[in-house]
Structure formats: C-alpha cells, structure tokens
Design a protein around this ligand. Structure first.
Ligand SMILES: Nc1ncnc2c1ncn2[C@@H]1O[C@H](COP(=O)(O)OP(=O)(O)OP(=O)(O)O)[C@@H](O)[C@H]1O
Ligand SMILES: [Mg+2]
Length: 253
C-alpha cells in the first residue's frame, strides 16, 4: 500500500534560515510515527507545512499520492488531516463539550440557510453533535468534565480536550505537537495509552514529542531532525543505537 504521506525535498526558509531543509521521508499508513529533534530542529514548522499553514519554499508534499500544494488548511482537514497544537488552542469562552463540537462541524453535512432558520433537522443535528462530542470526551478520559469551563480544567485535561476536538473531525492522519509537554509522569503514561488507542482505532498518528520514554514506548517509527534536516529514520531500537543520533541528540538529553 502506498504511503499516507510523502515529503520530497521539502524546504521552508524564514529569511536566511532553513527551518526545514531538503527533507524527504514517508509516513506509512497506520501505526504511530514520531518526529524528534532538539529545540528549533524544525518539528513544528514541518507540521505547519504538512497541515497547510505554511507554503513550502521548495519541494512537495503528497497526501495519499495527491500533491497538497495550494490547499488551505481547512481543505486538508476535509481530506483527513487533524492536529493539536504545541501551544493550547482551546476556546476559553465555550464549555469543554462545545470545544469538541467545534471539531465536528467539518464532518457535518449542514446547509447554511437551514442553520440560519434553525430547522428541526438542525436541532436534531445539534443533539447528535453533542452526543458524539460526549462520546469522544469519554474516549479521551474526560467524561466527568463534559460541561466544565476550560479555565477550571487542568492542563493535562486541556491537552486531552484538544485531542478529542481533533478526533471529532474523524482524521485519517493526526498530528500531535508535544501532547505530553507540561504533564507529570502519570499523565504522560496515560497520554501514551490514549495515543495507542487512537492508533488502534485506525488513525495514523504523527507524534512530535520531547519525552523520549513516551516516544520510544509508543512509536513504530521515529524520524530524527537536526537543523531542519533528516538525521535518521527507523525503529525506536535502531534510533536509540544510531551513533549519529546519540551524539547529536540523545547523548545530550
Ligand atoms: N514563523 C517563523 N518565522 C521565523 N523563524 C521561524 C518561524 N517559525 C520557526 N522559525 C525558526 O525555525 C526554526 C525551527 O523552529 P520550530 O518551531 O519548527 O522548531 P521545533 O523543532 O518545533 O522546536 P521546539 O522543540 O522548541 O518546539 C527555529 O530556528 C525557529 O526560530
Ligand atoms: Mg515545536
């Protein structure tokens, strides 16, 4: 089967700096793929390229063999790309469940006029939408915080809420940018279990993470970036034993 994602000689420059440089790699369908590298290695820039936030300076990105050039983030989302953010992007003037419902709108087949007129079918749709959002909150371990205000939730819970919202759009490929940042060891372990469950449900996961234990525990495949370039790609075992990776990154961690 062809790769779900392929980058060919991808470069993104900011002024004179290549945040991502001549990067080629593939992501196989299914499983959990991690992207690691020191601060400033280009991980978030890469996610922003892959999700259409940034336009590549050079190179191409293929999503299931289709070039994504020129497609806006919402188009890519409709084609099955989901993400969470390194810096939380939770709407603070909505309840927890409403934040998840925002993620559902991408999949809802609802006419604008019907919504405006609040037709019966739309009201029924709202109920379905809330029910589905609650289901996702259960899946992510937030069943006791359905109507909570985000300001009353722990940081760890908000990280899960972002995952629930991303899953609401039913992504085929989900990017998680540092889901364990700021979490304690127990919360990190629990996030690892959740990531495994997400992957087991058929979603291909791309994980950007600094917590090496989490990365090595959950990943099937690890891509190592250094100064925007690929240093290595392989199984956790191969990466942990790669002399270049050890000297450039893991050795200093
Ligand atoms: N919008 C931008 N404008 C200018 N430079 C940028 C921009 N975004 C990122 N950079 C630079 O590109 C490089 C890669 O940054 P990026 O945020 O992608 O790294 P990262 O691997 O996600 O780091 P971290 O682990 O700290 O999150 C850095 O040198 C950064 O300063
Ligand atoms: Mg980053």
């Amino acid at each position: 089967m062809s790769a779900i994602l392929e980058c060919r000689e991808l470069t993104k420059s900011f002024g004179g700096v290549d945040a991502v440089a001549d990067l080629s790699f593939t992501v196989a369908r299914g499983n959990i793929h991690s992207i690691i590298g020191p601060n400033g290695a280009g991980k978030t820039t890469l996610i922003n390229l892959l999700t259409g936030i940034y336009t590549p300076t050079a190179g191409s990105i293929l999503l299931s063999d289709h070039d994504t050039r020129g497609l806006a983030p919402y188009k890519l989302a409709q084609r099955g790309l989901g993400r969470t953010f390194q810096n939380l992007q939770i709407c603070m003037n909505m309840s927890a469940v409403e934040n998840v419902m925002v993620g559902l709108h991408l999949r809802l087949n609802r006419g604008f006029l019907a919504a405006l007129l609040r037709l019966k079918s739309v009201r029924a749709g709202d109920r379905d939408c809330r029910a589905r959002a609650i289901e996702l909150m259960r899946f992510t371990g937030l069943e006791n915080q359905i109507d909570q205000h985000p300001s009353e939730m722990s940081y760890g819970a908000l990280k899960r809420l972002e995952i629930a919202r991303a899953l609401a759009a039913e992504p085929e490929l989900l990017f998680l940018d540092e889901p364990a940042a700021g979490l304690n060891a127990n919360e990190t372990h629990a996030i690892g279990a959740l990531i495994r469950e997400v992957a087991a449900s058929g979603v291909t996961v791309v994980l950007v993470e600094h917590d090496m234990k989490l990365v090595m525990d959950v990943s099937d495949d690890v891509l190592v970036l250094n100064y925007g370039r690929k240093l290595a790609q392989g199984t956790p075992h191969a990466i942990q034993n790669d002399p270049e990776v050890i000297s450039a990154y893991l050795g200093g961690a």
